[in-house]
Design a protein around this ligand. Structure first.
Ligand code: ZN
Length: 101
C-alpha cells in the first residue's frame, strides 16, 4: 500500500469564529435527489469539531457514476477518502487553502 498524506485545510470556523485547521474525518456524505447525486468529503475543525463539507461531486446523474465508486462512497472507503484528502489539486480546485506544515 502506498503512503498517502492527508492535508489539513485552513478555513474560517463558524463556531470558533476564526481560521482553524480542518482535518478530514475520512467520511463521505452522499445525498441523492431526483437521480442526481451530491457527494462530499467531511472535514472537521481540529479544535471544536465543527464540520465542513468539501464537495466531490455536485448534481451528477446517478448513471454517470460507476457503481463500484458509488458504493465506496457509501461505505466510507478509507483509501478513497485518503485519495481525496491527499490530493492538493483536488482541494485547490475547490478553492480551499491547504495548511502548510
Ligand atoms: Zn472550530
Amino acid at each position: 500500500m502506498s503512503y498517502t498524506k492527508s492535508y489539513m485545510i485552513l478555513h474560517q470556523c463558524g463556531r470558533c469564529r476564526k481560521k482553524q485547521p480542518f482535518v478530514s474525518t475520512g467520511k463521505f456524505r452522499v445525498n441523492a435527489n431526483k437521480n442526481k447525486l451530491d457527494i462530499w468529503l467531511i472535514y472537521q475543525c481540529r479544535k471544536c469539531r465543527h464540520t465542513l463539507n468539501v464537495p466531490i461531486y455536485e448534481r451528477v446523474p446517478v448513471q454517470k457514476l460507476p457503481r463500484e465508486l458509488y458504493e465506496a462512497f457509501l461505505d466510507n472507503d478509507r483509501e478513497l477518502a485518503e485519495t481525496y484528502s491527499s490530493d492538493r489539486g483536488f482541494l485547490k480546485s475547490r478553492h480551499f487553502v491547504i495548511l502548510q506544515e
